[in-house]
Design a protein around this ligand. Structure first.
Ligand code: SAM
Length: 264
């Protein structure tokens, strides 16, 4: 396995730090659960997951060479899906709820988590997501209102999921060594979340607000709502504030308002 030629374009930085690998698999229960691992690479994390005796393990790996190597290394122990995770319907993989692990390829990590949140129906297809991101992305996911990192990703992630930070991981824990720090986060489904008809509308609304994050709320409000004054009064919003000053809940409510007004 030491001879693998890694592909930068697929974000191939393999985790080699045993302490970190151990911590990741101790984050949630694995024994007798069905596991899905995204981007197993050379199978380092996969080996640690297998030691915990899962009922079944599915892995999604886009790289054909790595998929073949994994098959040889683990002799039929894995259900290998040699595809692009962005093109998979995860809810069709198993009838059971999955526990998901992934040291995500950095270039598509936000796309993966956004896709999952947007596609969640009333029924969640997973019971937890244990995911590693580049630290800068994780900081945006967990950011709270009134801070510089707060924005689209925090609002989207906190809509349907509880998010918890587990640990930061240094570049030395990987081979090849990336230039950036990483962070491990755990996501679990929220029992109740605000109903929005089409999740894409939440994306559109937050994009309009946060693409002008230094501007006062007046501007995006006028762009989105014909009756901006009426809507801001209804939600008791001071239009001289900035987008980062509104809570996630307000963004969900504004999205619903936008949907209701458009439907009239
Ligand atoms: N899990 C391994 C580890 O921790 O050592 C490898 C993690 S590496 C950061 C990311 C892995 O995801 C690579 O093996 C890469 O080939 C794979 N990958 C990249 N883009 C992918 C995609 N769109 N779908 C599925 N796998 C992908």
């Amino acid at each position: 396995m030491n001879t693998i030629k890694t592909k930068k374009s697929l974000g191939q930085n393999f985790l080699i730090d045993r302490n970190v690998l151990e911590k990741i698999v101790n984050t949630v229960e694995i024994k007798n659960k069905e596991i899905l691992e995204i981007g197993p690479g050379s199978g380092n994390l996969t080996s640690y997951i297998l030691k915990k005796e899962p009922k079944k393990i599915y892995v999604i790996e886009k790289d054909d060479n790595l998929a073949t190597l994994l098959d040889q290394k683990f002799n039929n122990e894995l259900n290998i899906i040699n595809e692009d995770v962005l093109k998979i319907s995860e809810n069709k993989i198993s009838k059971e709820k999955l526990t998901v692990f992934g040291n995500l390829p950095y270039n598509v990590s936000t796309e993966i988590i956004s896709k999952w949140i947007i596609n969640i129906d009333k029924q969640f297809w997973f019971n937890s997501l244990v995911l590693m991101f580049q630290k800068e992305v994780a900081d945006r996911i967990i950011a709270i209102q009134d801070t510089a990192n707060y924005g689209r990703l925090s609002i989207l992630s906190n809509w349907k999921l509880n998010v918890k930070k587990i640990l930061d991981i240094k570049p030395e824990s990987f081979k090849p060594k990336p230039k950036i720090d990483s962070t491990l986060l755990v996501f679990t489904p929220k029992k109740k979340f605000f109903e929005i008809e089409n999740a894409k509308n939440l994306e559109t609304i937050t994009r309009i607000f946060f693409s002008q994050r230094r501007k006062m709320l007046k501007k995006p409000f006028n762009q989105i709502f014909k009756n901006a004054k009426e809507v801001s009064d209804k939600f008791n919003i001071d239009l001289n504030l900035r987008p980062q000053n509104l809570s996630p809940e307000i963004y969900y409510r504004l999205t619903k308002e936008f949907e209701d007004l458009r439907g009239q």
